[in-house]
Design a protein around this ligand. Structure first.
Ligand SMILES: [Zn+2]
Length: 73
């Protein structure tokens, strides 16, 4: 009578594994074009795009800018 396979139900395949935009940087709080979000200086590198040790800032990927979610609510 009981023929359902309990426990083993994989996702349908329509599920997006990574919801983040491909060009989103680690320091970005919002996707480009997001209403209420704006580009701002990266706090990690101070907008220079590089860290004190000369390496490229991982937060903004060297752009010196990240997307900030403003007025989130
Ligand atoms: Zn940075």
């Amino acid at each position: 009578m009981n023929t359902d396979n309990n426990g083993t139900n994989p996702t349908d395949g329509h599920h997006p594994v990574t919801p983040a935009a491909p060009d989103l940087k680690p320091g970005d709080e919002a996707e480009p074009g997001t209403p209420g979000a704006a580009e701002d200086l990266c706090e990690t590198c101070g907008g220079s795009g590089k860290l004190a040790n000369g390496k490229t800032c991982p937060e903004c990927e060297g752009t010196g800018r990240v997307m900030r979610g403003i007025g989130g609510g």
